[in-house]
Ligand binder design. Structure first.
Ligand code: NAP
Length: 430
């Protein structure tokens, strides 16, 4: 092979950056054959060489990643530092301005600044690829941008955060409470020391906003995502869910209704008959509904050194092969500006858990509050209780407007026989 090498500069040599350098080295031969020329790392940048478990002596070393993005000899700058602002953003902007392709795993950056960055990429005629940022090793961006190109996609939903899925799975399997399982997840390295981005749903929302943009051809709009995390899910909810034929998942759901988009991340009761309910532990899954293909689910590892590096390397391979696609599947000027459907207009079924004092007429008061707000009950479960303790009661509803459900819960919460604020979890049909 005599063709000139395709050169990569990697900024950030942590979990994913280190994994990417090692994967390119490990697969040098097959990459050269697949891309029609050698694909090599030519430059790297990190804060320090200390603690690296691979040799960087063969690469140009830059202490300043922005300088590398501007001055190096690489065709592609791979940003694996992280964060939506600061150095990562500067590295990506500088590389694009310098006419270099960019590959990143940084979903926060793409969710917040993807539109502006995509404009620069288009003006400069270079690619901005971010497969690893959405569901790690699952090639979902490729699937939507290329595999579903002949479909109208009106729904995308998924388990987009492995930390949350691990916590919910472990709570169910071991009958343990949230705080305890979170602590274990941190000790095992599945959760960050500050886990809020994961457990409060922000990380999943970054990924959902990107998926909605690519799937529906609309401007990426993170601020339009309704976000709820899993902190308030109790082991009691998880047991009730099983009894009712559901499993609780932190789901990201994006729906297109003509010119209105609904984007939401929240704990969801998923029927045990739905494939996504069987996706457990740290695994992620994304389900796409296309009008031609029907429903397709992709499942795999959403994080970790090797699965994430696999997606980064695939993005690099595309560029080396000369495959260049619009960042969000259509050119920036063709991305639709759409409005957001407020959650009050969401229509769905609900699970509600109440703690009631054991007094005559309590159920009648709850039923009246539901009736007065147009909420139709589907089923009710009641648990035994210790003497003097409130009675745990669970209600599921038929399809209801969220504004009505919220008003009914306010009325129920105000009853003096209700001893805790009502807990509500949305039910998704599939
Ligand atoms: N980890 C995953 O499984 C995963 C999965 C999907 C997407 N991602 C995304 O991938 C990106 C990287 O994540 P990661 O887990 O690999 O993070 P990480 O292990 O913390 O690595 C980040 C690296 O960037 C380096 N760095 C910090 N500031 C720098 C600077 N000014 N110049 C050059 N290097 C700098 C850090 O150096 P020090 O170590 O010296 O601070 C560290 O080596 C993030 O956007 C993340 O959201 C990660």
């Amino acid at each position: 092979m005599t063709k000139e090498a395709f050169k990569i500069a990697v900024a950030g040599l942590g979990t994913v950056g280190g994994g990417t350098v090692k994967a390119i080295e490990r697969h040098a031969e097959v990459m050269a054959s697949r891309c029609g020329r050698p694909v090599i790392v030519s430059a790297v940048s990190a804060l320090s060489k200390d603690g690296l478990d691979f040799d960087v002596s063969g690469y140009a070393w830059y202490g300043d990643a922005v300088e590398m993005a501007r001055d190096c000899d690489a065709d592609v700058v791979v940003e694996l530092i992280g964060g939506s602002e600061g150095i990562a953003k500067k590295v990506v902007e500088t590389a694009l301005e310098a006419g270099r392709h960019v590959v990143t795993a940084n979903k926060a950056l793409i969710a917040h600044h993807g539109l502006a960055l995509a404009k620069v990429a288009e003006e400069k005629g270079v690619s901005l690829n971010y497969e690893a940022g959405v569901a790690g090793g699952i090639p979902i961006i490729k699937a939507i941008r290329e595999g579903f190109a002949g479909n109208d996609v009106n729904k995308v939903q998924g388990i987009l955060n492995g930390t949350c899925n691990y916590i919910l799975t472990t709570m169910r399997e071991e009958g343990r409470d949230f705080d305890e399982v979170l602590k274990d997840a941190q000790d095992f390295g599945y959760a960050e020391a500050d886990p809020s981005f994961d457990i409060d749903g922000v990380d999943a929302a970054h990924k959902l906003a990107i998926l909605a943009s690519v799937a529906f051809g609309v401007e990426v709009n993170f601020d339009a995502v309704h976000i709820e995390g899993i902190r308030h899910i109790s082991s009691t909810d998880i047991q009730f869910a099983e009894e009712l034929g559901y499993r609780i998942k932190l789901l990201g759901v994006a729906l297109r209704h003509d010119d209105v988009i609904e984007q939401r991340v929240h704990p969801t009761m998923v029927p045990l008959s739905a494939s996504i309910s069987t996706v457990e532990g740290v695994f992620n899954a994304v389900v796409v509904d296309g009008d031609e293909v029907d429903t397709v689910m992709l499942e795999g590892r959403g994080a970790g050194e090797r699965p994430t590096a696999s997606a980064v390397v695939a993005d690099i391979a595309d560029i080396a092969r000369g495959i260049s696609l619009p960042t969000f599947s259509v050119p920036v000027t063709d991305l639709a500006k759409v409005s957001t459907r407020p959650m009050s207009e969401h229509c769905g079924a609900y699970y509600v858990r109440l703690a009631l004092m054991d007094k005559p007429g309590v159920f009648a008061d709850v039923a009246a509050a539901l009736r007065d707000h147009n909420v139709s009950m589907e089923s009710m479960l009641q648990r035994g209780r210790e003497p003097g303790e409130p009675v745990p009661v669970v209600i599921t509803t038929h399809e209801t407007l969220e504004a009505d459900m919220t008003a009914a819960l306010e009325a129920i919460g105000a009853l003096d026989t209700v001893t805790e604020p009502p807990r509500m979890i949305r039910i998704e049909s599939a």
